[in-house]
Design a protein. Structure first.
Length: 393
């Protein structure tokens, strides 16, 4: 195997392990945590949302550090913090220690998850980074497939505390060494006339904020539905079994979307792939709003939802480089990810409030459809004149 592609193997393992142990495992063990610690559900889930807020606040400085020092050291530090946070979580005894552990895990997420991995790939793969990002997300899509059943089995056998403890050890004994094995980055290859913006220049450019708003609105919807989709489908008249069955379509469709991007759309411009991604979600929501009581419509939505979510991850990794260059990719993508992580934390809470105050699920669907249309419009405006963007702003 060509040496740079070993990076993908290492990052694929650490992404699956980190997303699985920190992000996906929580939904399985959250009820047990609340029961043992005597905490209300609002506090149990609120600490998780708080960690996403922390991750959003840390995203920009994390990107700056990745640009300066590379993924070898920064992602290794993230694994160290992640391992410590998971072990701390396994020993939490009350609200204070529980929130403290999730605060540490929020910092760790900013240093280890997709944005950090994309910045690392950008430095190592240079102009082949798009295919590398696409390949990594293809593997990363299996995180939930691996860790939902694994966490369910482990927590039943040894309890949620020991499950988190062993996940923490895996970060320290497996992910940390793999990140250290990433090695030093190759010297950058300068390209004449290639646009390369500083973080300050990017922040002054209207396209940056339009793109950040597009991603934030989109991720707000995905975050809200990741928690409330099954209850939403049951409110539309589907049985719980059918709702769960339809929801399982999303995982394979994410992988299918990434495969299509990796093959069919591999020669398409990143901004063109993004247009498909941002247009697919409102189309799916419109079908669900108009015909959601029919099983076929719910299935169509889940397919479109999964395809869009799968490709969106790749677009998040490739568009900042296409628009603002490689030199300060980590800082710029980190700054762009910050608002998205805040929106990701807010999505489930806002959707929950709407559903609790309005009996009809149509109200939430109308709001989400409006947000998805705004997301599409922001994206189209952001990429409208990318071909003519100047090197400096």
């Amino acid at each position: 195997m060509h040496r740079p592609w070993r990076t993908i193997g290492k990052l694929a393992f650490t992404q699956i392990a980190t997303w699985g142990s920190v992000y996906y495992a929580f939904s399985i063990v959250a009820p047990a945590i609340g029961g043992e610690l005597g905490m209300r559900a609002e506090l149990v889930y609120g600490a998780f949302s708080w960690s996403l807020l922390v991750s959003g606040l840390v995203a920009t400085p994390a990107g700056i550090l990745l640009d300066r020092f590379g993924g070898q050291w920064i992602m290794a530090l993230g694994s160290l913090l992640c391992g410590a946070g998971l072990v701390w979580l396994s020993r939490a005894t009350g609200t204070l220690s529980y929130f403290g552990a999730w605060t540490l895990l929020g910092v760790a997420m900013a240093l280890t998850m997709y944005e950090a991995a994309f910045a690392t790939i950008n430095r190592k793969f240079h102009f082949d980074s798009r295919q590398a990002i696409s390949t990594l997300t293809l593997f990363g899509g299996f995180s939930s497939t691996v860790f939902w059943p694994l966490t369910l089995k482990l927590s039943a056998l040894i309890g949620w505390r020991d499950t988190y403890f062993w996940y923490g050890l895996a970060q320290l004994l497996l992910c940390l060494p793999l990140h250290l094995m990433l090695g030093r980055d190759a010297p950058a290859e300068p390209v004449p006339h290639a646009p390369s913006h500083t973080l300050a220049e990017a922040l002054r450019h209207p396209a940056f904020w339009k793109l950040a708003m597009a991603f934030s609105a989109n991720i707000f919807i995905f975050s809200a539905l990741s928690v409330h989709l099954i209850p939403l489908l049951t409110d539309l008249g589907h049985t719980a079994a059918v709702a769960v069955l339809l929801s399982t379509l999303m995982g394979p469709m994410q992988v299918a979307g990434r495969l299509c991007e990796r093959t069919v759309a591999r020669n398409a411009l990143p901004r063109t792939v993004g247009k498909f991604t941002f247009a697919t979600l409102p189309a799916g929501l419109l079908v669900l709003l108009l015909f959601g009581t029919q099983a076929w419509a719910a299935a169509v939505f889940c397919v479109l939802y999964g395809l869009s979510n799968g490709v969106l991850t790749i677009v998040r990794g490739t568009i900042p480089q296409a628009m603002f260059g490689r030199a300060n990719y980590g800082a710029i993508s980190g700054a762009m990810a910050g608002p998205s992580l805040l929106a990701k934390a807010a999505g489930p809470i806002v959707a929950g409030v709407i559903l609790s105050r309005h009996a009809s699920p149509a109200i939430l669907l109308v709001i989400l459809l409006g947000v998805s249309i705004l997301s599409l419009l922001f994206y189209l405006q952001a990429v409208k004149n990318t071909a003519s963007m100047p090197t400096g702003c």
